[in-house]
Design a protein around this ligand. Structure first.
Ligand code: HSE
Length: 310
């Protein structure tokens, strides 16, 4: 296999935050949000890694080959035939970490898109499907990474092809009346911890109700926002995760009791609301949240990961 040749100039990528699940669409639905991390990478002649991180996680993010953006870049380079000798990375992070807003999906997708843009020629080009499959393997599930790559709302799934797991997704058009509100708490919850709380088995009646609501969610997002409240009711994961995020769960219950389409964003603990309302309703929601959450109207990002000029 011939070693790839690399671009000498830096590449910058912008990747959106994402909210996974949207209630009943566990591991399948993803929604890109209007908050973007930016990563700049350049191939270096000298061996080694030069990593600088500012913003979210600047105190805790790894500055070695375990850095998630770098790890994803190396996976991408490996797929395309080999990695460069030296690499410099600058990350400007704004997506909060450990809040269920897809910071790890952004790092993984951003790293893979950077790697693809930095390779000029190699044995194998990484198309979107290959990129999504690598990203899903690194993330452990395909929902956030699909939305981070493509933007908008996505439905992702995995299939086995020639003995290998392949991730795929489709985009769905989101009704322009739908807006988002994120209630972001100051505490974080690790996705691994939230996933360990899930039971092996669930009652059949819950599976039936969840299928109905997940199917309905497509229609609600596309052109029936009046159905969002019922369509975002989940039976698969939220109640089992309550002990890891009691305040978020209480807020979801309070908002839903008032007829608001609220759910846990991804593996939590952010609470996301989908609505078509006016500013007076937002003020009402703000009161319901109390002081424990910072409220942000993030909006839906039609764009996924994009290479922008460095
Ligand atoms: N579907 C995943 C979960 C999203 O809920 O565990 C994690 O970001």
């Amino acid at each position: 296999m011939a070693k790839p040749t690399f671009r000498a100039t830096p590449i910058q990528v912008q990747v959106p935050a994402t909210s996974a699940n949207i209630g009943p669409g566990f591991d399948a639905f993803g929604l890109a949000l209007g908050l973007q991390d930016r990563y700049v990478a350049q191939i270096m002649d000298d061996p080694g890694l030069d990593i600088d991180v500012t913003g979210e996680g600047a105190d805790s993010v790894r500055r070695d080959e375990k850095n998630l953006v770098v790890k994803a870049m190396y996976e991408g380079f490996h797929f395309m035939g080999g990695k460069p000798r030296g690499l410099a990375l600058r990350a400007l992070n704004v997506i909060p970490h450990g809040r269920g807003l897809g910071s790890s999906a952004a790092a993984i997708v951003g790293g893979l898109v950077l790697a693809r843009a930095l390779v000029l020629s190699g044995d194998e080009r990484m198309n979107d499907e290959a990129l999504l499959s690598i990203a899903s393997r690194l993330e452990g599930h395909p929902d956030n990474v699909a939305a981070a790559l493509h933007g908008g709302a996505t439905i992702a799934w995995q299939e086995v092809r020639h003995g290998e797991k392949v991730a795929r997704c489709v985009g769905i058009h989101v009704d322009e009346r739908i807006k988002t509100l994120a209630f972001i708490p100051s505490n974080s919850v690790a996705t691994t911890k939230a996933r360990k709380l899930l039971p092996e088995l669930i009652p059949h009646a819950d599976a039936v109700a969840n299928s109905m609501h997940a199917a309905l969610l497509v229609q609600a997002l596309t052109n029936r926002p009046d159905l969002l409240f019922i369509a975002t009711e989940d039976f698969l994961h939220q109640k089992y995760r309550q002990e890891a995020m009691p305040k978020s769960f209480a807020l979801v219950s309070k908002l839903r009791a008032a007829g608001v389409a609220a759910f846990i964003s991804g593996a939590g603990p952010t609470v996301l609301v989908l609505h078509t309302g006016d500013p007076s309703e937002v003020a009402e929601l703000q009161r319901a949240a109390g002081d424990s959450f910072s409220l942000q109207a993030l909006g839906i990002s039609a764009r996924g990961a994009v290479v922008v000029s460095a």
